[in-house]
Ligand binder design. Sequence first.
Ligand code: PEP
Ligand code: MN
Length: 295
Amino acid sequence: MTPASQWNGQFSCFDLVARADSYTRTVVHAGGVEIGGGNFVVMAGPCAVESEHQVLETAEAVAAAGAQVLRGGAYKPRSSPYSFQGLGVEGLKILGRARDATGLAIVTEVMSPEDVGVIAEYADIMQVGTRSMENYALLQALGRCERAVLLKRGMTATLEELLRSAQIIAMHGNPNIILCERGIRTFETATRNTLDIAAVPVLKTVSHLPVIVDPSHAAGVRCLVPTLARAAAVVDADGLLVEVHPCPERAMSDGNQSLTFREFRNMMDDLQPYLALREEARQPRPQLLKVGGAD
Ligand code: PEP
Ligand code: MN
């Protein structure tokens, strides 16, 4: 019996993303970074691209602290029409310059199938936000695109629905998918969303795709982000997506949950013992030598 059979074949109809055996895992390669190959990949940066200075400063700070991927939205899905909507193509160009300056790979959100082409010119990883997980035209367009896709769980979506969306991308030709748990809506209001930490081991059991955690949108407040990041490391997530801003009080979106540079550095330092522990736990254990007597 495989661990995945606990779920009685619930996910096996999504044959391109479901795990058929216990050893096959997808390793996604994007902009020189390997996601799902055993490393813990940290993607960090502002919620939104606001200016060249803001992005370059953040890119340098997060790279120095150990991030491998720069995040930043140029096309923003804002719930209010009065909020900052993103810089669009100008924002993509800024991200491109940050990649040239730091060597970081770029992840940025795509909201509509019409934008896939232009965003793919600048991004190494195309982010599908929680509000777009069921935008089937977008999923199909990303299936036809050659870039890796970071697929966020819809805020009211089950894991089955998340894998169904992943299957659509894969069916249209793109197997390079990273799943992301970013918190779901529950009756709890103390956090912006409820981080479903069990989603990580479930997804890693039933699917061969890498799974990362976004502690920022789950928490909604920056003081919880390092603790949720630690939880992600302990449950064997393949990495994190974290919001960082040079001056969170002045951020044009999600400042409340964005870490300062210093907080991000501290979070990265604090993660190290947990990452070392999980590395150690992966090593084969030496057989205990039994001396004398039968048991
Ligand atoms: C984001 O990453 O800034 C974002 C909008 O995330 P989500 O889709 O999870 O709300
Ligand atoms: Mn955000």
